[in-house]
Design a protein around this ligand. Sequence first.
Ligand code: NAD
Ligand code: TYD
Length: 351
Amino acid sequence: MNKTILITGGAGFIGSHVVRLFVNKYPDYQIINLDKLTYAGNLENLSDVDKKPNYTFVKGDIVDAAFIEGLFTKYQFDGIIHLAAESHVDRSITDPMAFINTNVLGTVHLLNAAKEQWKGNFEGKRFYHISTDEVYGALGDTGFFTEETSYDPKSPYSASKASSDHFVRAYKNTYKLPIVVSNCSNNYGPNQFPEKLLPLAINNIKNKKPIPIYGKGENIRDWLYVEDHASAIDLIYHKAANGKTYNIGGHNEWTNIALIKLLCKVMDKKLGCEAGESEKLITYVTDRAGHDLRYAIDASLIEKELGWKPSLTFEIGLEKTVDWYLDHQEWMDRIVSGAYTDYYTKMYHNR
Ligand code: NAD
Ligand code: TYD
């Protein structure tokens, strides 16, 4: 059966990997990528798939309810995979309203549009909301987030994502909307906007600029290669029972400082520098306000029920990631110069 699937936020980091996977793996599906192209949206991430017959890009804002209604009427979606979000914790500290608008209001507009379009006829329909482990708050030195962990978000970003998760589940409870949710740990890999730790550090090391480490660098994150997240999303979209939540993580915890020291070693080798050269760039800076100490995911449910597990060790994933950024210097330069925003005008002006 042909399916028409809306992927929101497909020009962003994770969304672009999900769009690529679905467009290539499911030629019978029509994939509609809806993205506002904020600073974080970069259509150059999808230049390899944007001419495929089963792919359509639509520029638009999920906060615009009338536009969303019209889009649902036009395409009659079978499924929604919702990734569009404001995603950077530091930005949420300076501008929380942008997070409330996109992450909360935008999500509710999509839920309303799906409810209106499907009108209680949910056969073959699915609303898949992509969320984060940050909704669970912060862990101490031990323990893991499971699907049963109570929500305790601590930043404006995680509070907005937690709120959207609650709305998605409320629409299941109230209107029987067929939803699934997943909460994933920190992703790394190609195409990540260089405001996030790893691409920022890779770019700074390449340019011999300081690597800013917040506080003492003792905060811990659980890192997952972005294509492994995309493969989990594919599995959950197709195989999860309605109403389910799955946690997704890499069993791969690193303090920020240990992670950056490992990255420095890899960069020394790749750049042909003397051992220890890149580490000299590490610079401790003022800590993030309310900086969550530790995130760590227990991913045993998705492993047991859906047979998913990460495909890469971190050492291999990190090396692949460094290679990608070094091989795509032009991608990075166009972000730094702002030129990446021209792509839409160039490619889509007459469509
Ligand atoms: P990103 O910031 O790279 O991409 C977000 C995309 O959403 C961009 O293309 C942006 O243009 C688009 N967008 C933003 N506001 C929009 C709006 N109002 N209307 C339409 N499009 C809009 O983010 P990402 O890192 O790829 O994260 C994608 C999703 O995955 C988010 O929901 C995030 O909360 C979640 N997530 C991210 C991580 C991570 O480590 N990056 C981990 C777990 C979950
Ligand atoms: P980030 O990539 O922003 O993801 P998140 O805050 O969603 O986990 O940051 C990862 C970790 O790295 C987090 O503990 C904050 C820290 N960090 C730095 O130490 N320096 C930086 O320049 C950045 C961007 C992050």
